[in-house]
Design a protein around this ligand. Structure first.
Ligand code: P6P
Length: 335
């Protein structure tokens, strides 16, 4: 019937045969994630009105000050997903160790990895922020979960995506059969299919990087950025500079407009020689999405999806977006 949208559950059922992932248990997992996102979106929308801004005074495992909305989003996701009955364990960007599902709660064999509120430094100034998620299946036969169950390659993900809290609230995700975008219709409280079969332009017109770190980059990284700023590049004119400082927002814009987001290694912090972004809860899920949309993601040497994590909070340099732009960056870095 014209004018009535397709919900996420309907879309999963419609594509059940193409996606072995679309089982009842996966649908339940996704619907619990969606419910969590609706709760987070509600708080984000009113963040300016109640005293939920500011800091909790705590420092997270990344050494970053935790803002209240960060902490709220993290607690909502952990509570809801522990009760979903489909997970055996989780890992959050905000928690140092894996989060198991208590023995008194029903379990499943999915593993969920998430960044509860990426871009949180922008919360106080009403800039788009997001929740990034990565879903694996437990493969070890052990009756219990260990860190090893999380230290996987991105290519082993069974699903990945993000919620974007902005002028509208969106869900963009993949189960390995392309990428689809859903927009929350607050009047009915449902995410409706708004961007079917998303494909990123092969070559973009935007480059995203924090150029205040230029003095900390190596020579080849500087050459990459100079390429995108030059009129003599493959495009024949300089790329536009766009940098929101919120990975999900920068990624989402480039997914539709085309372009490249870069967070290279830099020498600012000896504790973070491989840059700031995390492999498991940021780079890997977005790499799955972008490759399914026809794009590419690399750490500068190899595809992000080929990297086997060596630690829960391992950081990697990230070059992600339009295929030809990422390939060009990698070519210069290895030239
Ligand atoms: P910088 C937000 O804190 C975040 O993790 C990403 O969302 C964002 O892309 C990046 O950090 C911004 O970092 O060093 O440019 O401020």
């Amino acid at each position: 019937m014209e004018g009535i949208g397709i919900t996420v559950t309907e879309h999963l059922l419609l594509h059940q045969k193409e996606s072995p992932m679309a089982t009842g248990r996966f649908t339940r997992l996704l619907n619990e994630l969606i419910f969590s996102a609706k709760i987070i979106a509600r708080e984000v929308k009113k963040a300016g009105l109640v005293d939920i801004l500011g800091l909790t005074g705590e420092i997270n495992v990344q050494g970053e000050q935790v803002r209240k909305l960060d902490d709220f989003a993290n607690r909502v996701l952990i509570h809801r997903m522990q009760h979903a009955g489909v997970l055996c364990a989780m890992s959050s960007e905000e928690n140092a160790d894996i989060i198991e599902v208590p023995d008194n709660l029903p379990k499943g064999n999915y593993l969920l990895i998430f960044d509860p509120l990426d871009g949180s430094s922008n919360i106080d100034v009403n800039v788009n922020i997001g929740t990034i998620f990565s879903i694996h299946k437990k493969v070890s036969q052990r009756p219990y979960v260990t860190l090893d169950d999380f230290l996987r390659k991105g290519s082993e993900q069974v699903a990945a995506g993000y919620f974007l809290y902005g002028p509208s609230t969106m869900l963009v995700y993949t189960t390995g059969n392309g990428v689809n975008g859903f927009t929350l219709d607050p009047s009915v409280g449902e995410f409706l299919l708004s961007h079917p079969d998303i494909k990123i332009p092969e070559r973009g017109k935007v480059y995203s990087i924090n150029e205040s770190y230029t003095c900390y980059w190596d020579e080849k990284t500087r050459r990459v950025v100079d390429y995108f700023k030059s009129p003599d590049n493959e495009r024949g004119k300089p790329y536009g500079a766009r940098y929101i400082g919120s990975l999900v927002a920068d990624f989402h814009r480039n997914l539709f407009y085309g372009g490249i987001f870069m967070y290279p290694a830099d020498s600012r912090d000896p504790a973070k020689p491989r840059g700031k972004l995390r492999l498991l809860c940021e780079a890997s899920p977005l790499a799955f999405v972008v490759e399914q949309a026809g794009g590419a993601a690399s750490d500068g040497q190899q595809p992000i999806l080929d990297i086997r994590a060596s630690g829960l909070h391992e950081r990697v340099p990230l070059f992600i977006g339009s295929k030809l732009d990422v390939e060009q960056a990698v070519k210069i870095l290895n030239g």
